[in-house]
Design a protein around this ligand. Structure first.
Ligand code: GDP
Ligand code: IMO
Ligand code: MG
Length: 429
């Protein structure tokens, strides 16, 4: 029995959706374990594009899909996403989707607070997706959140809402915002309860049974390890743990349930929002990558910042997520470049260092040290075997493996599901 965790190894948008969709053919259950609808995972199947934010990518194949306790759920966004998928012919039923009873809900007040903070004075902006993710996790840790199971006990809601509002209204008074009436929150929750409750389940138990029965579980990470609340470029991070260890905590299984960690890794680097990005190319190279790679956010439509591959960061992620192998994506975007640079180390205050320091000030000061490789003129787009790759592209892939200390076990050469080269099957490790 082998269960695979897919995590982003950079700042998100590495192509996790495509790889999870590809792998989910071999899985019995697909589980989201952190984040929320800040994620935007794109699947392209026979030219048709599916965009998933909160639902596990396994729903498109009709696999049992689970939203674990570590996820923050905006119930209205959930219902809207199911509606959009239904229009595309993908049906989601209480038989195919299970939502953890102990997962935290995102309410409109979280969304509003997220947006208020983001529009505050320059310098404090994170560049969030304004989906209310951070404020919802704050309430979870602050022990005042409303959870999925609370929708099933409406009579207990008023006391919980009062507890939550005691905090939020104090905050809102300080921000000069009008206070929120408890009845407004109650109505917001009561209006959606019937739509969410049919999916509610005791997910930790369900997953334990499935695991014991020998089912293959595929854990679908959102964001990327550099957006991790502990290991990322704090404070320019998301509000959850995005590293592979969270797969266990965020679904209710023990750490032994995970047998292979697959790090999804873009052949260059992108980031959305604020924060350090040592190998960023705010020039014609960045424009080339952004245009060829269609680097616009799935969720917010924002232009993604682009730069060269940073092996220092991915090497660090291989360690913090315990990555066994990577799926290298978007290699085709590099086609046609005369030369390709790779960041191999940093210079900090005149010294060479081999990792990204934790300090915000030092992260802003590190200067990338590059090595330059020749590019290739041939197209790799849509390649489905190693033999179709030009020699220079193979050299690039091999050098990436050497620098990050992990093998390439999958290679993706276009957005399409089947334009994928399998080197070693993570389920059969
Ligand atoms: P995720 O958040 O990690 O699931 O990634 P996104 O879906 O936000 O962004 C990745 C984008 O790259 C999507 O538009 C994918 O369709 C696309 N994509 C994935 N793999 C490849 C690839 O190998 N080549 C190209 N050109 N595009 C890819
Ligand atoms: P997927 O799963 C890329 C970024 C935001 C912002 C920071 C905090 O598609 O890879 P948040 O709304 O989470 O509080 O924003 O995190 N961010 C992502 N960037 N891909 C994502 O998800 C992201 N989810 C959040 O842009 O910088
Ligand atoms: Mg994305």
């Amino acid at each position: 029995m082998a269960n695979v965790v897919v995590v982003g190894s950079q700042w998100g948008d590495e192509g996790k959706g495509k790889i999870v969709d590809w792998l989910s053919e071999q899985a019995d259950v697909v589980v989201r374990f952190q984040g929320g609808h800040n994620a935007g995972h794109t699947l392209v199947i026979d030219g048709v594009s599916y965009k998933l934010s909160l639902l596990p990518s396994g729903v498109v194949r009709g696999k049992l899909s689970v939203i674990g306790n570590g996820v923050v759920i905006d119930p209205h966004a959930l219902v809207a996403e199911m509606g959009r998928l239904a229009e595309q012919g993908v049906s989601v039923s209480p038989q195919t989707l299970k939502i953890a009873d102990n997962a935290t809900l995102i309410l409109s007040l979280h969304r509003e607070l997220d947006a208020l903070r983001e529009s505050a004075a320059a310098g404090t902006k994170i560049g969030t997706t304004k989906r209310g993710i951070g404020p919802a996790y704050e309430d979870k840790v602050g022990r005042r959140a409303i959870r999925v199971m609370d929708l099933a006990n409406l009579q207990t809601l008023p006391a919980k809402i009062d507890r939550m509002l005691a905090h939020h209204n104090a905050l809102r008074r300080g921000l000069g915002e009008p206070e929120i009436e408890a009845s407004a929150i109650y109505d917001e929750l009561a209006s959606v309860a019937d739509k969410v409750l049919p999916f509610m389940d005791t997910v930790w138990s369900l997953l334990d049974q499935r695991r014991r029965a020998g089912d293959r579980i595929l854990f679908e990470g959102a964001q990327g390890a550099l957006l991790d609340i502990d290991h990322g470029t704090y404070p320019f991070v998301t509000s959850s743990n995005t590293v592979a260890g969270q797969a266990a905590t965020g679904s209710g299984l023990g750490p032994g349930a995970v047998s292979y960690v697959l790090g999804i890794t873009k052949a260059y680097t992108t980031r959305v929002g604020e924060g350090p990005f040592p190998s960023e190319q705010d020039n014609e190279v960045g424009d080339f990558l952004g245009t060829r790679g269609h680097e616009f956010g799935t969720v917010t439509g924002r232009k993604r910042r682009c730069g060269w591959f940073d092996s220092v960061l991915v090497r660090q992620t291989v360690s913090t997520s315990g990555i066994n192998g990577i799926a290298l994506t978007k290699l085709d975007v590099l086609d046609g470049l005369d030369e390709i640079r790779i960041c191999v180390a940093y210079e900090l205050d005149g010294k060479r260092i081999e990792h990204l320091p934790a300090s915000q000030g030092e992260q802003a000061r590190v200067k990338p040290i590059y090595e330059t490789l020749p590019g290739w003129k041939e197209s790799t787009k849509g390649a489905r075997s190693w033999a179709e790759l030009p020699a220079q592209a193979v050299k690039y892939v091999r050098y990436v493996e050497e620098l990050i200390g992990a093998p390439v076990t999958m290679l993706s050469t276009s957005p399409e599901r089947d334009d994928t080269i399998l080197v070693q099957n993570p389920f059969q490790d």
